[in-house]
Design a protein around this ligand. Structure first.
Ligand code: GDP
Ligand code: ZN
Length: 461
């Protein structure tokens, strides 16, 4: 395989700031020549050369290691030159400028974000789902997410999609062949057990889809909104869950006027917890803007925690809030300040053990009582099932493509069930399912999609 010809690109690959080592990476064609010009010696492939990095006048910029990986056996599939020097911003900038100057006549330019990985994809070093996993691995904020990103990067997800797609293609081939011999069309479904094959395909797809949905939760996390009246303990709960002081907690009602977001992890799942301005009727304009925002956050949530003071059950405003919460978003009703009510509650029908149901919980943000149950329940209601824990990470794009493939397989199944004499429609649905699956690994992609995916990468990757 020969790499396609693109401009040579260069970037500082290590994170901005200071570090023990800083790496500059160059990718393109004929980099052996560039290496010779930079170091006045030829670089042996995949050999660590300890060299002086000098400028055009022979003045030392740094001393370090140069590595040359001739294409196609490199990260990008092109020639790759890697310079490892000291990790300081000024020294790396000088080295970068010197390289740019030296490679000017061959068109060397700064790389765009993700451009190295984009080339790896374009040169078939990895498929699109794997390329996305590179960014996800870098972004991963928990052990579980990092492990799963690595599984995707190794191709675990792509392999499942390919295996499924192979079956779709095989079935499609049989139909297409039959279409060419119309006299056989009638017994096609029988002859090739098309209905059974399709049913088992649908089952496999459902399994992958369920895993992808878990993988998406693990990658993108869940948006959890703390909603409720002022002073019920929303900020205190956020702090208790986060384990440090992020939100401002004060005993004056209406202090959290803007939102505070805190990211925490439960079982490796990232939760973006959003503390909102307390919901109530108000004359204060600044506060009412906060309240309008709270409702906007609630609309976007994966789960809403409707926090209430346990001492004020059946409160009218709480009923009004409950009434207004969107019906399509799961809500956990959480009664807080259990510590203050424990004595009183023993005699009443509201004792936790009697009323605690699936979506009602009793906690104390102050003592931490009930928080473990809340954590578990939260993940559960949001659709996280550790039993089917995804071994790979997935993105919304993947989930949508799998859903689309599922729809087309179902439509194919419907045609087959009605025994329509419509093999061409059956074939067409299989074709569409195939296309949806291929979009995951990137066999069919638009420049727009590639731009969207790679522009979110960091520079130098
Ligand atoms: P928010 O307005 O809903 O964010 O409520 P805050 O978190 O600011 O809490 C309001 C007041 O209630 C503060 O004085 C907290 O210390 C107090 N508070 C919050 N949770 C508890 C709890 O579980 N028990 C007790 N005793 N006090 C609490
Ligand atoms: Zn608050």
């Amino acid at each position: 395989m020969t790499a396609r010809a693109y401009d040579p690109i260069i970037a500082i690959a290590t994170a901005p700031g200071r570090g023990g080592i800083g790496v500059i990476r160059i990718s393109g064609r004929d980099l052996a020549a560039l290496g010779e010009r930079l170091f006045t010696t030829s670089l042996k492939p995949r050999h660590a050369h300890y060299l002086g990095f000098n400028d055009e006048n022979g003045t030392a910029i740094d001393k370090g290691i140069a590595l040359f990986f001739p294409g196609p056996h490199s990260y990008t599939g092109e020639d790759v030159l890697e310079l490892q020097g000291h990790g300081g911003p000024a020294v790396l900038r000088r080295l970068l400028t010197h390289c740019l100057e030296t490679g000017k006549d061959m068109g060397l330019r700064l790389a765009e974000p993700g451009e190295f990985t984009q080339r790896a994809f374009l040169n078939s070093r990895m498929d699109l789902a794997q390329a996305e996993a590179v960014a996800d691995l870098i972004e991963a904020s928990s052990d579980a997410a990092a492990r799963s990103a690595m599984a995707s990067l190794s191709g675990a997800f792509s392999q499942q999609v390919h295996a499924l797609d192979d079956q779709v293609v095989h079935l499609r081939m049989l139909v297409e062949a039959t279409l060419d011999f119309p006299e056989e069309e009638i017994d096609f479904l029988e002859k090739y057990q098309a209905r059974e094959t399709l049913a088992s395909l649908q089952q496999d797809l459902d399994k992958i889809l369920a895993q992808a949905q878990q993988g998406q939760i693990l990658r993108e996390g869940l948006h959890v909104v703390l909603a409720g009246q002022p002073n019920v303990g929303k900020s205190s709960l956020l702090n208790a869950l986060a384990g440090d002081e992020v939100a401002i907690v004060t005993p004056i009602a209406g202090t959290t006027r803007d939102r505070v977001i805190q990211q925490i992890h439960i079982e490796g799942v990232p939760l973006h917890i959003i503390d909102t301005a307390g919901l109530r009727e108000t004359e204060d304009t600044v506060e009412s803007i906060g309240i309008a925002r709270s409702w906007a956050e609630i609309e976007k949530a994966n789960v809403v925690l409707h926090l209430q003071d346990i001492r004020a059950q059946n409160d009218k405003l709480d009923s009004a809030i409950a009434e207004r919460l969107p019906k399509h978003i799961p809500v956990l009703k959480v009664f807080n300040k259990l510590d203050l009510a424990q004595g009183e509650l023993e005699q009443t029908a509201s004792a936790p053990e009697q009323t605690e149901s699936q979506n009602v919980l009793f906690i104390s943000a102050k003592t931490g009582e009930g928080l473990d149950a809340l954590r578990t329940r939260l993940l559960d209601i949001a659709g996280w099932s550790p039993a089917t824990e995804s071994p790979w990470l997935a993105r919304e794009r993947h989930v949508r493509a799998l859903e689309e493939a599922a729809i087309h397989l179902q439509q194919a199944a419907d045609h087959a069930a009605h025994n329509d004499q419509v093999l061409d429609l059956f074939a067409e649905e299989l074709r569409l399912a195939h296309e949806a699956l291929c979009s995951i690994t990137g066999q069919f992609t638009s420049d727009d999609l590639l731009g969207e995916i790679f522009s979110s990468f960091c520079i130098g990757k």
